[in-house]
Design a protein. Sequence first.
Length: 623
Amino acid sequence: MNIETLLVEEISQTLHHLYGEIIGLKVSLEKTKPTFNGDFTLVVFPFVRYSKSSPEETAKQIGEVLCKKEEIFSSYNVIKGFLNLNISTTLWLNYFNQFEATSTDTLKGQKIMIEYSSPNTNKPLHLGHIRNNLLGYSLSQIMKANGADVIMANLINDRGIHICKSMLAWQRFGNGETPESAAIKGDHLVGKYYVVFENKLVEATSEAIENAYHGNWTSDDNTINERYRDLLTRLSEAEEDKQISKIKGLIKDLVRNQSELMQSCQEMLRKWEAGDEEILQLWSTMNSWVYDGFDSTYKNLGVSFDKFYYESNTYTLGKDIVQEGLASDVFFIKEDNSVWIDLSDKGLDEKLVQRGDGTSVYITQDMGTAELKYKDFHIDRSIYVVGNEQDYHFKVLFLIMKKLGRPYAEGMYHASYGMVDLPSGKMKSREGTVVDADDLLQEMYNTSKAKTEELGKTQGMDDSELDILYKRLSLAALKFFILKVDAKKRMLFNPEDSIDFQGDTGPFAMYTYARIKSILRQQQAENSSYSDLELHSTEVDVIKTLSEYSTVLKNAANEYNPSGLCQYILDLAKSFNRLYNELSILKEPDLQKKNFRLQLAKKTSDTLSHSMGLLGIEMVERM
RNA sequence: GACCUCGUAGCUCAGCUGGAUAGAGCAACUGCCUUCUAAGCAGUAGGUCAUAGGUUCGAAUCCUAUCGGGGUCGCCA
């Protein structure tokens, strides 16, 4: 049993004994603040009305009774309404004896799908994807460590206008270039042609756009002209800068969409949908280049998937659900034949679920895919690791599935995370401020190599060992840096200052681990149990921290957030480092104490590697 | 315009199911390597927890308003 649960039970009994039945009162116990003496603190204010005496008096009464249980409590002190309790050495040793860094069974029997990564196939992965991948992978490991049966899924967006852009640019300007001939990664090559397309489009339309802002533009299509004139009127009436730039943006899109390049692109998409052999061939070739590139990035990043879904297979799904929703009056049709759902009873708007021409929108596909996932695996929970810009989308999706009476709707969850910002603001591909995933990984590798060489502690390690060290060290730094921040919050990444290797970092935790391993190489810990041993305060601290592990593990799963785990790892590493500095392990003359410390070190290192593993970080024995 | 979200030390972040004197790391400054790995440890300095009200014995934490950043809102995924 968890130590806090045990204590809460003891305290509840005592309260009952002292004051009779106290209904509905939760005993909340917290860790004593470091400035006070004690292990745990009970706030007694809530009990004053039952004790009918002052807070100090009440605390004293409770403390007096509790400390009669010598095998649990050793002493207490009272400051104002706070009862600080000291735990007996015997109890700490009990916990020490049975402690093991192991999984919990909180989610046993649950089948959970975690969808993450979900890239488009027209560009290489960037820093934003890295946060997504690290969160998704880590959440999967955390759910597994709580006993769940986890399916890691990746829904690849392999179709649509963005891929056609790369394809068209490659067709026209590529001269048959391949990843081999150009000697670059496939995803980067395809990304290169996406950029070529965008540049050519700017070249071809910038003049026309400028003219269009001033009213000097026409199209062959009369309905387009009508929309254009309408926008011009709105532009002349607009006053706020925000409004003006928004309308200008719409005009820009209008002109661009009418350009030869975009028209050809649309044509290509139509041909793709019609199953044109040549287009399909090109499409699958270029996608395969991208997949090769992604594979390598995923591998370097240390993430993996059990199941791939491809949008080219799923984009038509959901239409039957739309029909079903119409039949059951969950959806309704407007004059133009478009299908909608009214969510105003839930405080939201009406939402389009199918266009007037019968084609799908994003949410149509997502409805279909949700159904597919359930049919494929009969999952209890379906988790989507997707950025918080889609909070609204998922709110709507889940509501729709509930309204449609899907039994699995309750198990759907959007693990929403914040964007990664640069000091200059948001990453923008047009402005070239995107931090490429492969570049970043390479830079981290170089940095970890440089830092290691600076320290010069790697005598006797051969090149392949060093390579593993640099890789793991760089990944530890990067992963910890990203996962340490509360997933829901946006975070800042400054490419100018490299990620730290000192202080609250992944390498710090690794270092603590390597130090322990160095000791254990010299002498192994023998398994034995302890019932009576004089403990140093740093030793108690380490045991105390170890005993919190299972709670931390559960919370990380409940909150869909690995950051608590990171904080815990730092706590544990710090408390062990304090011990390491205060006490000698190998040179301790008392053999019982010495072995106890060796075991404590062993359990600490096991916990460090178990918890870091859940972040997707692999340890090294030496560094 | 509406809705969501964030605002804590110079910087990056914890703390947020209400509890004591608000914590780390980085950067700055002091100490500690002939003793188990100094990627470490100990210490100094740095705060009107955006602002103003409210609820409470008690508010960084809950509520309301204001200011500021970010995001979303009928056909991009």
